[in-house]
Design a protein around this ligand. Structure first.
Ligand SMILES: O=C(O)c1ccccc1N[C@@H]1O[C@H](COP(=O)(O)O)[C@@H](O)[C@H]1O
Length: 212
């Protein structure tokens, strides 16, 4: 199975149209008002009409009602939860067929055992750099900490992925690595992605992955 690519934090409509021409699997839209990449509801109708890419809504401690409203209004395939959402909260969406990605901020003190209770409640984990802002730091965490991950649930690797470190990330020797999440290191400014840099980076990843 080839590595999935998710580009997160899109908020400009023309930029989205350019992005979806690339071989990308997931597009992330941030519904956290404190984020510089917050998506305006004014764009809902247009975003709902976009096809051919899985649309993931990013939330931080939002209510069930808020999330369901965004799923419906924006035509989201799934959700990515960056707050203190518990397993039951995650499961109610997964049970409805909504893809659930649960993010965890990783540092040396992360309790890997705490993931066990989420195993049946989510589709994927996402391992990001620990931050009080809940994400979008542009900082890479120490990937060697992933040796402590003992479950089989596939995960997205996130946190400061850049044109410089993404090849190493794509070759990270772990069969559970499902996808790479690209965000602030591929931007001209917050929410506006450098599509040319993304295109070149995707080519570099596939070139490096050709066997032999
Ligand atoms: O990008 C944001 O502003 C953001 C805010 C709150 C929660 C998550 C956010 N983005 C997610 O953060 C990670 C890592 O991003 P980066 O590469 O370090 O900039 C990524 O999963 C984004 O989806």
């Amino acid at each position: 199975m080839s590595l999935k690519i998710k580009v997160c934090g899109m908020k400009d409509l023309d930029n989205m149209l350019d992005l979806i021409k690339l071989p990308i699997d997931y597009m992330g839209l941030i519904f956290y008002e404190k984020s510089k990449r917050y998506v305006s509801s004014l764009d809902a109708h247009f975003i709902k009409s976009i096809q051919g890419i899985k649309k993931i809504g990013v939330f931080v401690n939002a209510t069930e009602q808020e999330i369901l409203e965004k799923i419906d209004t924006f035509g989201l395939t799934g959700i990515q939860l960056h707050g203190h959402e518990d397993p039951n909260f995650c499961l109610q969406f997964k049970s409805r067929g909504i893809v659930v990605i649960k993010s965890f901020g990783i540092d040396e003190s992360f309790d890997w055992q705490s993931l066990v209770k989420y195993d049946d409640a989510v589709d994927y984990f996402l391992f990001d750099t620990k931050s009080v802002n809940h994400g979008g730091t542009g900082i890479q965490f120490d990937w060697s900490l992933l040796k402590n991950y003992k479950l089989e649930k596939p995960y997205f690797l996130s946190g400061g992925l850049s044109a410089e470190n993404v090849i190493t990330a794509s070759q990270f020797p772990d069969h559970r690595l499902y996808g790479l999440d690209l965000n602030s290191k591929f931007e001209f400014k917050s929410g506006i992605k450098n599509v040319e840099l993304l295109e070149q980076t995707l080519k570099n990843i596939s070139y490096e992955q050709i066997p032999g």
